[in-house]
Ligand binder design. Structure first.
Ligand SMILES: C[S@@+](CC[C@H](N)C(=O)[O-])C[C@H]1O[C@@H](n2cnc3c(N)ncnc32)[C@H](O)[C@@H]1O
Length: 268
């Protein structure tokens, strides 16, 4: 599937087959995906960009930091994968300016609708192309100067799918183009004083994520590679849940010639 269109992967009994990936997913995945859809549909119906009280209040500092690096590089196509309602799509469009385009992809119809409204309200509507699509099925076409994937990779069906998605994005990334990734790992939830593993499609530890990303970005210039503890509180069925995780922040730039990069960040 290319941009901008989309289709859900096909279901086969209680298992499902990821479109075109040859990867079969178990019932655990379906429960986690159901929860991802429920949580985001509910949040996007209630909360707005820029309003304090949720993570939608402001762009994440990692993305803001990265935009300061790409500002002034001239017009380009940027991708915001798992874009939600445009928390980063809008600042990306503003930072890149006229002549650039942002391709925003999300699984949810409701997110894409809100994203379009938010982008129009922010005055960047004409710069934004949207695609309602599972990242597994997304096929980028335009050469990329910037790829932002913030808190979406952990919603894919496994490490092999993450590698496929990132490889496709790497294949269209121009020399000097930048990938900005935030991945929530080590996820647990605390409810009524009890801590248990959170329901998530890809339950990566931060060590697993770093190891996978180091392999994926071999030969790229790694600009940031760090772990940040993170806590989000949400109310579900009248009960307060604290979602604890480690945010893996990873920023890498494609060198002018692959194989020419020397990493600035110690891989410890
Ligand atoms: C935690 S939100 C982050 C949204 C946005 N990146 C931000 O930082 O504001 C995760 C988003 O990824 C989307 N998502 C989850 N799984 C996806 C998938 N397989 N394909 C496309 N989008 C997905 C969700 O619908 C949701 O909008």
């Amino acid at each position: 599937m290319g941009e901008p269109s989309g289709a859900a992967p096909g279901a086969v009994g209680s298992l499902s087959v990821a479109a075109g990936s040859g990867i079969t997913r178990g019932p655990g995945f379906e429960r986690a995906r159901h929860e991802t859809v429920r949580y985001h549909d509910e949040l996007y119906a209630q909360a707005d960009l820029g309003v304090p009280g949720t993570w939608l209040a402001r762009p994440h500092p990692l993305v803001t930091w990265s935009l300061d690096l790409v500002r002034g590089r001239g017009s380009m196509v940027a991708y915001d994968l798992g874009a939600g309602v445009g928390r980063h799509t809008i600042p990306i469009a503003r930072a890149l300016g006229v002549g650039s385009r942002v391709v925003a992809v999300d699984l949810l119809d409701g997110a894409i609708r809100r994203l379009r409204t938010n982008a129009a309200r922010a005055g960047v509507g004409p710069m934004v192309t949207t695609s309602r699509c599972d990242l597994e099925a997304f096929r980028p076409r335009a050469p990329a100067g910037l790829v932002v994937i913030f808190s979406a990779l952990e919603h894919l069906a496994g490490g092999a799918v993450v590698a496929q998605v990132l490889s496709r994005m790497q294949a269209v990334t121009r020399p000097g183009g930048m990938h900005v990734l935030g991945v929530l790992c080590d996820r647990t939830e605390v409810c009524a004083g009890r801590e248990r593993p959170a329901l998530v499609e890809l339950a990566w530890t931060s060590d697993q994520a770093l190891a996978a990303l180091d392999v994926q970005y071999e030969g790229w210039q790694v600009l940031r590679r760090e772990l940040v503890p993170s806590t989000i509180t949400e109310t579900r069925d009248g009960q307060t849940h604290q979602l604890r995780s480690t945010l893996v922040q990873y920023v890498a730039e494609r060198p002018q010639r692959l194989g020419a990069a020397t990493s600035e960040v110690a891989r410890s």
